[in-house]
Unconditional design. Structure first.
Length: 362
């Protein structure tokens, strides 16, 4: 008994768009025949709701090897989703059929584009120095191929979109659209518009193909509020920096003040009877010691102007200098020129002993 062996073990058509399936899908089936004559076979499709064969046969199987091209089409009521059916072959003559039941798999789908359903808001222009408004739209495409969509702005004269056509790939993506004036800018105010999205036949757009837009043409003052605010901040910053620099310059050029404490006592009574004078409180660059009416520290027995305490700025610090005008002794020697005073230094003028104490204690 001759035999017919169906060499195609399984048919997997993958994802098939509904429009393509409606036009028809070719399913090639390889058959190996050991018969010496042409055999006739019929085929039926089972367990595949919504699908049918355009022709159930009979199909001629030549001796040796043949290929049957079946045409699979959708029926009314076909829905998207996975299909798992089988092709079952039968012979009109007495022959053995091997592998005559072939599993069939495919997934029917309707390509779709999802748009945002919420109204969008945009300012035109969106900044102080341009004439362009911008808005960002999220598209989610489910298709076996890239899709080209066309965009049209409706409801407001004097505006156009850029770009007006987009090529979208599979998946979710965000696209920034520019809204540009045609000619002069829009008068200040608020406008309602519609963004219409159009695709090819067979591409379903949902929840709807129109997106509501709320467009605002702000005044120049509103558009430039951010640069104005930043300009004010920068101006204040420059003014503050100028004040700081001016203060630093003033501080750098200002003469230093005499600071510290001056203790003094009559030599015969000793330091236990010392009096103190707060030099810092004078807030002066030079303090005159003597007994005259113009002296800052007046003591009897001293010359009218006996000595001056001065503050002088050196590279690293402010020094307090003792400048003798009359006889001033330190230890057994005379002080004849300006002499720096350190914390705890002592000196004598006539019947008074003096001790300088620094505010820093060092």
């Amino acid at each position: 008994i001759p035999s017919l062996t169906f060499q195609t073990k399984e048919v997997d058509l993958g994802r098939v768009e509904m429009a393509t399936a409606k036009q028809g899908m070719t399913v090639p089936i390889k058959v190996l025949s050991t018969s010496q004559r042409t055999e006739l076979v019929d085929v039926k499709l089972e367990d595949a709701p919504g699908l049918a064969l355009a022709d159930n046969g009979p199909f001629s199987i030549s001796p040796s090897e043949s290929v049957i091209n079946l045409q699979l089409v959708t029926q009314s009521g076909a829905v998207s989703g996975a299909v798992a059916g089988r092709l079952v072959f039968s012979a009109q003559q007495k022959v053995d059929l091997l592998g005559a039941e072939i599993p069939l798999h495919l997934e029917l789908f309707q390509p779709s584009l999802r748009l945002t359903s919420a109204p969008l808001r945009a300012e035109i222009p969106s900044g102080c120095f341009n004439k362009v408004g911008e808005m960002t739209i999220t598209f989610a495409l489910d298709s076996a191929q890239a899709e080209t969509i066309h965009l049209n702005l409706e409801g407001v004269e004097g505006l156009r979109l850029s770009p007006q056509a987009l090529e979208l790939s599979m998946g979710e993506q965000q696209v920034t659209l520019e809204i540009l004036p045609i000619g002069d800018a829009l008068p200040v105010g608020e406008y309602e518009a519609t963004l219409h999205v159009e695709g090819r036949d067979g591409l379903t757009i949902y929840p709807q193909a129109d997106i509501q837009l709320h467009l605002v043409a702000p005044s120049l003052l509103v558009r430039c509020r951010r640069p104005i605010a930043w300009g004010g901040i920068l101006l204040l910053a420059f003014l503050a920096a100028g004040l700081i620099i001016a203060r630093k310059i003033k501080a750098a050029t200002r003469l230093p003040l005499v600071t510290g404490t001056l203790r003094y006592w009559p030599v015969e009574k000793g330091p236990a009877n010392a009096a103190e004078e707060d030099l810092t409180a004078f807030e002066k660059t030079a303090i005159l010691i003597g007994h005259g009416g113009t002296c800052d520290l007046a003591l009897p027995d001293l010359d009218e102007q006996h000595a001056i305490l001065r503050a002088e700025k050196s590279a690293d610090e402010v020094e307090i200098l003792l400048e003798p005008l009359g006889e001033v002794r330190k230890g057994y020697g005379l002080i004849l020129a300006r002499t720096p005073l350190r914390h705890g230094d002592t000196f004598r003028m006539v019947t008074y002993e003096f001790q300088y104490l620094s505010d820093k204690g060092e």
